[in-house]
Design a protein around this ligand. Structure first.
Ligand SMILES: Cc1cc2nc3c(=O)[nH]c(=O)nc-3n(C[C@H](O)[C@H](O)[C@H](O)COP(=O)(O)O)c2cc1C
Length: 131
């Protein structure tokens, strides 16, 4: 199991940062509020406004995610995304976003499969693969 209950709750409650990379290797980081765990290794993200992030993911579906409260949750998640513009996941993000703000119209649902978790805790554990 990659995501335990503590991590799942932290992802749901906190802003997260998404880091992507363009084909030219230019890094891009954005804050996102609509991120929640789907199961023990998948995180669902509502794409309401993503621009460079989406462009990057279309070319290179690799994503790194950090929970904004990194002091309490010092983890770096890495993995691969799938993007859905219709179907079950898209309907789920649309309902979720519109329950929070009726005017939101998500463009896609991003399903992030976490493959590795590294520690970003300052000290000897920093940078180490933990799961
Ligand atoms: C506090 C905060 C929360 C945000 N939450 C989301 C979100 O849940 N979904 C989304 O698509 N964009 C969200 N955004 C907007 C993105 O951070 C960003 O503006 C958008 O991805 C465009 O940047 P990009 O061109 O680098 O992708 C949020 C921005 C802020 C400041």
């Amino acid at each position: 199991m990659l995501l335990n209950d503590e991590i799942k709750e932290a992802i749901e409650k906190n802003l997260v940062f998404l880091a992507t990379s363009s084909v030219e290797g230019i890094p891009n980081v954005v804050p996102v509020g609509f991120a929640r765990p789907l199961d023990d290794n998948k995180i669902l993200i509502a794409d309401n406004y993503l621009k460079k992030t989406r462009k990057n993911l279309d070319i290179n579906p690799k994503l790194s995610l950090i929970i904004s409260d990194a002091k309490n949750y010092p983890y770096q998640f890495k993995g691969t995304v799938e993007i859905f513009e219709s179907g079950e996941y898209f309907e789920e993000v649309t309902e979720w976003a519109q329950n929070v703000m009726t005017e939101l119209e998500p463009k896609s649902a991003i399903v992030f499969t976490v493959e590795d978790i590294y520690s970003v805790k300052p000290g000897p554990e920093a940078g180490k693969l933990i799961k």
